[in-house]
Design a protein around this ligand. Structure first.
Ligand SMILES: [Zn+2]
Length: 67
């Protein structure tokens, strides 16, 4: 196991979702960024203000900031 270095995958630039593969499963886009911060786990988008503010409709892992 590697330690110290974070490797959490890429983030979709369109919806900010953390993506494991090379495509966002929500948008279907490959417009991904490796330069992101602010790990965010949305469990219940209906009740999350952050999710509403970011237009997140599906539970999952997201990034607050994507460059
Ligand atoms: Zn997306």
């Amino acid at each position: 196991m590697a330690t110290g270095r974070k490797k959490q995958g890429s983030v979709c630039r369109e919806c900010h979702r953390v993506v494991d593969g090379e495509q966002c499963i929500i948008c279907g886009t490959s417009n991904l960024s490796n330069d992101w911060g602010g790990y965010l786990v949305i469990i219940d988008p209906e009740r999350s203000l952050v999710a509403k503010r970011m237009n997140i409709r599906l539970p999952g892992r997201y990034a607050l900031k994507v460059r």
